[in-house]
Design a protein around this ligand. Structure first.
Ligand SMILES: *Cc1c(COP(=O)(O)O)cnc(C)c1O
Length: 473
């Protein structure tokens, strides 16, 4: 399987190259040249099949010859052994025909563990085979940084530097990043905002000599391997609910559009999906775009569901590319307009295609709290605010089509956002046993000024890839 860039101006690459590069050199996102298809027989076989086996069947067509099947299976088994639920991503019923897919049983209590645990193992293996080291620099508003640190800790080939806005992440999120002791992990509290951290990161990636010296690699959700890993749970959930013999709908709490894009890819691979519903908080660029056809950036509002507080959904570019019949020059035109004026209009034909697969809804702060309270009252289940955004939208969409099972994706454990949960229900969600000592462990982090030069100096002094380069190795 080869991968092409959505912008059409970069050489085709292998899975391993796309994995290590993250972004394509022309600024585009990698997508498979052709989406692999799974037969109906294969889909029927997923009923009652363990997660790791489904993962192997779904993901193998995306890989190169390496890793060999037995080794890939062992990597999958190790990645998902870190989850605290035997089913990895169990399905729980909330109401008639309404289900939540719990994606938060991994080590850092957010769905990002599902992809990151596998990504780290794939990257480490690819680098070992090449005899190379890499440096991962990430900017995080919380969940991605914790998931990356947990997944890459202790790995020989990779050093990880995570920039988070000093004083602006929750205590649980911060401690998940700062209480990890391994020498290859560096948590940096930046004296700035998340946008400052992200801008700094982009400037490092644009600096070619620095990029090469550090072997710079990215793990944000534009990395194709992350999206691919997330397709698996759409298949396992559908199998439980009678797919592929009947279509299922999914509602996904959406920020960067990575998670829901994985659902779209599952559909392209042959899974019968009725609708993919984009659920947003008041940062509703996607809901507005689907509604009006105009994709328009506005300011970011801080909400109870901070992992969805975004201005631009990077992965939307992959969907747009397909909806434009993979016309790279048309896509480049839209992206240039977005850069220049902060908006573009989705061409009518592309919008029609998108609406065949997708619907959308937004949830405001009061509705989010009310949903956490309602679900707790009716079922005793505590939802985190991101999941509550999805469940609220899912209930509305289910009314329009009550006979198709609706699965809302639960992307974080309620204990990760205890203040919102307590405010809505009056009860606290306890941390799971493996994190019970989180507040007793010593913290380790460096506070750095909002100055790219200072951050760069700090990283160059500590990254092993840079030390090797300096000594001619
Ligand atoms: C990252 C995240 C999201 C958004 O996922 P995208 O793939 O960026 O759309 C939703 N909920 C939680 C808890 C997250 O951490």
């Amino acid at each position: 399987m080869l991968y092409i860039s959505t912008r059409g101006d970069a050489p085709k690459v292998s899975f391993t190259q796309a994995l290590l590069a993250g972004l394509a050199p022309d600024g585009g996102l990698y997508v498979p040249e052709q989406m692999p298809a799974l037969s109906r027989k294969a889909l029927l076989g997923f009923a009652g099949t363990p997660y790791v086996d489904v993962a192997q069947a779904v993901l193998s067509p995306f890989l190169d010859a390496a890793p060999p099947a037995a080794e890939f299976r062992a990597m999958l088994a190790a990645a998902y052994a870190t989850f605290r639920h035997k089913a990895v991503t169990p399905l729980v019923q909330l109401d008639d025909n309404l289900f939540v897919l719990e994606l938060f049983h991994g080590p850092t209590l957010a769905f990002k563990d599902v992809a990151m645990q596998l990504l780290a193992r794939l990257m480490d293996r690819a680098l070992r085979e090449k005899g190379q080291r890499a440096t991962i620099i990430g900017a995080t508003s919380g969940d991605t940084g914790a998931a990356a640190i947990e997944a890459f800790r202790g790995l020989e080939q990779v050093d990880v530097f995570i920039l988070y806005p000093h004083g602006r992440v929750s205590d649980v999120q911060r401690r998940q990043m700062t209480t990890v002791n391994d020498d290859n992990i560096h948590a940096i509290a930046l004296e700035g905002t998340f946008d400052d951290a992200q801008a700094m990161l982009k400037s490092f990636f644009r600096d070619k000599p620095l990029r090469e010296k550090l072997g710079l690699s990215g793990v944000n959700s534009i990395n194709f391997a992350r999206v691919a890993a997330q397709t698996v749970y759409y298949f396992t959930a559908a199998a439980v609910l009678g797919g592929p013999l009947r279509p299922i709908s999914f509602t996904v709490p959406t920020g960067n559009f990575g998670d829901i894009l994985a659902g779209y890819m599952a559909g392209q691979m042959g899974l019968p999906i009725e609708k993919l519903v984009v659920a947003t908080n008041s940062n509703d660029i996607l809901a507005r775009a689907l509604d009006t056809g105009r994709y328009e950036v506005r300011g970011v509002h801080a909400t109870q569901s901070p992992s969805m507080d975004i201005q631009v959904s990077s992965n939307f570019e992959r969907l747009l590319f397909d909806a434009l019949d993979r016309d790279s020059s048309a896509l480049r035109g839209l992206m240039a307009r977005l850069d220049q004026s902060g908006a573009f209009d989705i061409p009518a034909r592309a919008l029609k295609k998108i609406r065949e697969n997708f619907a959308a809804g937004a949830t405001d702060e009061a509705q989010t709290s009310a949903e956490i309270a309602r679900t707790y009252r009716e079922t005793g289940i505590l939802l985190d605010p991101h999941t509550a955004v999805a469940v609220h939208v899912a209930r509305k969409k289910l009314q329009e089509n009550p006979h198709v099972p609706m699965v809302a994706l639960a992307t974080a454990h309620p204990a990760k956002f205890p203040d919102a949960v307590r405010a809505a229900t009056g009860v606290s969600a306890p941390l799971p046993a493996h994190l019970a000592d989180l507040f007793e462990k010593p913290e380790r982090f460096d506070i750095l000024p909002n100055d790219p030069q200072a951050v760069q100096t700090f990283i160059l002094a500590r990254a092993r890839a840079a030390t090797l380069a300096a000594h001619g190795g």
